[in-house]
Design a protein around this ligand. Structure first.
Ligand code: DGL
Length: 266
């Protein structure tokens, strides 16, 4: 069996394009549809109830789009939604499990987690790490300023380095592995690495999630059989497609995107 329907990906905004990028790099033949909920971003400072409501909306939109799988690219949404999604019409994959598996594989038992306030408050990473590695010592910290810095394009600036030092000082020589538990943080890998030094392994959930998607496509027999073409990428947002295009270019780096569509799902 094969399936030419697209993989649906959603995020609170455009940060999830770091996940799309990894999925496209790993599975270049698969068509992708990306929904960025830019009208309601950020999710990271909102309550569980609100994040759940928005996430349900987004999943329903993607299902109407006839996707074969949904990837919840947002860490905050994954933290709240995934445990509730036992039954759905298509497989739903979050970003937490992949990141945790990689962290546990690499670590001697002292793991740091950084994310939005909501992700850290949910303790989703802590629970998942302790399920896989009982007795692990998990230290967590919300780093809310990283998201606007990345959106501003200040990836490698003295301001970002100063903010990173302030946030990450507590991890220095305390953890052997740090999970980058937010869509935007993989773009700060270099700066974070400079602050913590090479002894700390940085786990990029985006890369690990792409591997999980590949595994699930195999498990559910959903790989496309269109081996002639590069998979299409459709990006839609719930507000400001013009501004979104500028930020998206930053998130996707070298990859060319011509246009971002607008959808009203609210
Ligand atoms: N996408 C969010 C996450 O990965 C970061 C931006 C937000 O707060 O909505 O947690």
């Amino acid at each position: 069996m094969s399936d030419r329907r697209p993989i649906g990906i959603f995020d609170s905004g455009l940060g999830g394009l770091t996940v799309l990028r990894q999925i496209h790099d790993l599975l270049p033949r698969e068509p992708l549809v990306y929904l960025g909920d830019t009208a309601r971003v950020p999710y990271g400072s909102k309550s569980e109830k609100t994040v759940l409501k928005y996430s349900e909306n987004n999943i329903r939109y993607l299902e109407r789009h006839d996707v074969k799988m949904v990837v919840v690219a947002c860490n905050t949404a994954s933290a709240y939604v995934i445990p509730l999604l036992k039954k759905h019409s298509v497989p739903v994959i979050g970003v937490i499990e992949g990141g945790v598996e990689a962290a546990v594989k690499n670590s001697g038992g002292a793991i740091g987690v950084i994310g939005t306030e909501a992700t850290i408050n949910s303790k989703a990473y802590e629970f998942a790490i302790n399920r896989k590695l009982p007795g692990a010592k998990v230290t967590s910290k919300a780093c809310p300023l990283f998201v606007p810095l990345v959106e501003e394009g200040w990836i490698d600036s003295p301001v970002t380095r100063a903010v990173a030092s302030e946030y990450l000082e507590m991890f220095y020589e305390k953890v052997d592995t740090l999970v980058l538990g937010c869509t935007h943080y993989p773009l700060l890998k270099k700066t974070i690495g400079q602050v913590l030094g090479t002894a700390t392994i940085l786990v990029d959930s985006a890369r690990e999630t792409a591997l999980k998607v590949k595994e699930a496509l195999g498990q559910y027999d959903l790989f496309t059989d269109d081996y002639m073409n590069v998979g299409s990428i459709e990006i839609v947002v719930t507000d400001s497609p013009g501004r979104s295009l500028r930020v998206a270019k930053r998130m996707l780096g070298y990859r060319k995107i011509e246009k971002i569509g607008y959808v009203d799902i609210i």
